[in-house]
Design a protein around this ligand. Structure first.
Ligand code: ZN
Length: 218
């Protein structure tokens, strides 16, 4: 089977969505950039299947230019394939994507606001806040456009009244970032219970971002 290693990796991490409670049952989805028959595209979890039943052949390959669901596969790609594709097209550095309805990120997303730098770890998403994509119906082009906008200069964002999405240089990286976003959102909900948290200054966040850049280079 083509791209068997990648298919197995997607299944491994889909099971982790469940076991780590990042996105229980069949919510959320995972993809990996890939090439099949010289076509550039991505492999993505199928629509409506429980993670524990996934087999390598259930993972769907989609070309980057493909508008509609592939016909020669028995499985349909995740209904949210559109923003996966648009992230791969607009972010050359994105090699893997994790989308999750993780509890705290979803709760925070329902407020439709960016998360300010109440903690310096906000910088993990690539800037001095974590943006929240405006709400649109799942699977639509409008939602995809909103996600791409919220990901400008960022590698993760919230999706209003929905969840979160994170990408990385590999699946391990993207998954870890999604877990970090969930942690940050958990901390933020606790902080808000005590009133308005103190927010770090723009100057301080710039220092953190510069340090993080050097750290990555190192
Ligand atoms: Zn979703």
């Amino acid at each position: 089977m083509k791209n068997l290693d990648q298919r197995n990796q997607i299944i491994e991490y889909s099971l982790k969505l469940n076991s780590t409670n990042l996105s229980p049952l069949r919510s959320g989805n995972i993809s990996l950039r890939g090439i099949e028959d010289d076509i550039e595209g991505y492999l993505i979890t199928p629509s409506g299947k429980k993670y524990e039943t996934l087999k390598p052949e259930d993972i769907v390959f989609m070309g980057l230019n493909e508008e509609e669901e592939k016909n020669d596969s028995n499985n349909k790609p995740s209904s949210e394939w559109r923003f996966h594709r648009d992230i791969y097209v607009s972010k050359k550095e994105a090699q893997a994507i994790v989308h999750a309805h993780s509890p705290h990120a979803t709760a925070v997303s329902s407020h439709g606001k960016p998360i300010p730098p109440f903690h310096y770890m906000i910088a993990l998403a690539g800037g001095d806040d974590i943006k929240c994509a405006e709400y649109a119906t799942f699977g639509t082009e409008e939602l995809s456009n909103n996600v791409i906008k919220a990901l400008e200069s960022r590698s993760a964002c919230l999706m209003s009244n929905h969840g979160q999405v994170a990408f990385g240089k590999n699946l391990e990286d993207a998954f870890e970032l999604a877990q970090e976003i969930e942690n940050i959102c958990h901390q933020y909900t606790i902080a808000l219970k005590l009133g308005q948290p103190k927010i770090l200054s723009f100057k301080e966040m710039k220092k953190v971002l510069d340090k993080a850049k050097n750290y990555k280079k190192g």
